[in-house]
Design a protein around this ligand. Structure first.
Ligand SMILES: Cc1ncc(COP(=O)(O)O)c(C=O)c1O
Length: 388
């Protein structure tokens, strides 16, 4: 039977495949980026309350109004312009849907979108599904900095958009003022749309601050800001994300969301309002916990001989295993990750899945560390028995 041409150029997610392998081998799952701890009790209670008080049907397509109003209030502050809940906010089923909505709504077949690599695994398939051509630009291999000259080289007459992700998965970079300035100049000068995935905007280390590119005046009308609840509130299974954009761009995207999913889960959207009303102490405590987890994973990796840059944000480490004391170091990253999952029973993601550029990501694996310290310690015990 013939299947759609659109689906031939990419395969199922390797990250989700590693999770399946982890379950099969009872491995500790440091592959897919989800917490093994519970979300705040208040928001679980709010979801329950919404369900038992009759909020179980479709919500308005663009999202529960109270949630949109809350997001509009927060993003008016973050972006420095008057975000209107009616016009500029759409609630989606996770940032995953938001990425698809942005690309399907804004790109045409034949358009090119620049994607910075290493890249979150969904960007390229979403671009391909929209019919656009993804054009990869690598971050520097030694410190994952962005070189604007490489962006310029990737430019063609068909370039329509640039996909950014900061704080960055999988490198842990938080792009700094200089990098954001060069991205801004590049986008404005070449009349591009900037799609910016900021799902980790609240997970920042060592006092760093997150720059929302959509807050820069010259980018205001050409930026699509994507954010979500999955990571900040430890609710990756609730599937809640959102898009903030000017009316012009939003009007093109909203019908896509409408026909893709109609709306995000109604009672969970209501609980998201409770989440967004949590006091600042919630974020302070969350950051203390993430600093502890980062310290733990970096200590483990350093003691085992992995080479890795300390994350500045998000909750991943992309680690080079070439110097780990094991006869398996010669394996390519996919075989190494499968071996670790099946034999050591610690699941990780092969670095090569974050690149389409040949030769990049070799000898690296990604560790996700949104886990209890005891889980990270158990992973360390399993690895030590092989590597030390
Ligand atoms: C950069 C990035 N964007 C989007 C997502 C998916 O987010 P959501 O759970 O909101 O679909 C992830 C999940 O790992 C991610 O790392």
């Amino acid at each position: 039977m013939r299947v759609s041409k659109r689906t031939r150029d990419y395969q199922e997610s390797v990250i989700r495949e590693m999770t399946r392998l982890a379950i099969e081998h009872e491995a500790i799952n440091l592959s897919q980026g989800f917490p093994d701890f519970d979300p705040p009790e208040d928001i679980i209670q709010a979801a329950y309350n919404a369900m038992v008080s009759g909020h179980n049907q479709y919500s308005p397509t663009w999202g529960n109004l109270e949630l949109r109003v809350k997001l509009a209030e927060q993003y008016s502050n973050k972006l420095g312009w008057s975000v209107d809940a009616e016009k500029h906010v759409t609630v989606t089923c996770g940032v995953t849907e938001a990425i698809n909505v942005a690309m399907f709504g804004l790109l045409d077949p034949g358009d090119e979108i620049i994607i910075i690599e290493p890249a979150h695994e969904n960007f390229i398939p979403s671009a391909l599904l929209s019919g656009a051509r993804p054009v990869a630009v690598p971050l520097s291999e030694e410190n994952f900095r962005l070189d604007v000259d490489l962006l310029k080289k990737a430019l063609s007459n068909n370039t329509r958009a640039l996909m950014l992700n900061t704080p960055h998965n999988p490198s842990g970079r938080v792009f700094d003022v200089d990098e954001i300035r060069s991205i801004t100049d590049f986008v404005v000068k070449n009349n591009l749309i900037l799609i910016t995935d900021e799902i980790y905007d609240r997970i920042l280390y060592d006092g760093r601050t997150h720059i929302c590119p959509g807050s820069i005046e010259s980018l205001r009308d050409r930026t699509v800001t994507l954010g979500g609840m999955s990571k900040t509130f430890a609710i990756t299974g609730w599937r809640l994300g959102y898009i903030i954009a000017s009316s012009n761009l939003m009007n093109a995207m909203r019908p896509v969301h409408d026909y893709l999913t109609v709306c995000a889960p109604t009672p969970l959207q209501m609980a998201a309002v409770t989440a967004l009303n949590l006091p600042e102490e919630y974020y302070d405590d969350m950051l203390i916990d993430y600093h502890n987890r980062r310290y733990k994973i970096m200590s483990i990796l350093n003691s085992l001989g992995f080479r890795a840059q300390t994350p500045e944000g998000a909750y991943y480490v992309l680690a080079d295993y070439s110097n780990v004391p094991s006869i398996h170091c010669d394996k390519d990253s996919r075989s190494f990750a499968v071996w670790m999952t099946e034999e050591l029973r610690v699941a990780v993601v092969p670095g090569e899945v974050f690149y389409t550029i040949p030769g990049y990501g070799e000898k690296t694996i990604r560790f996700a560390f949104p886990k209890r310290l005891s889980t990270l310690q158990e992973a360390a015990n399993r690895m030590e028995s092989y590597f030390l």
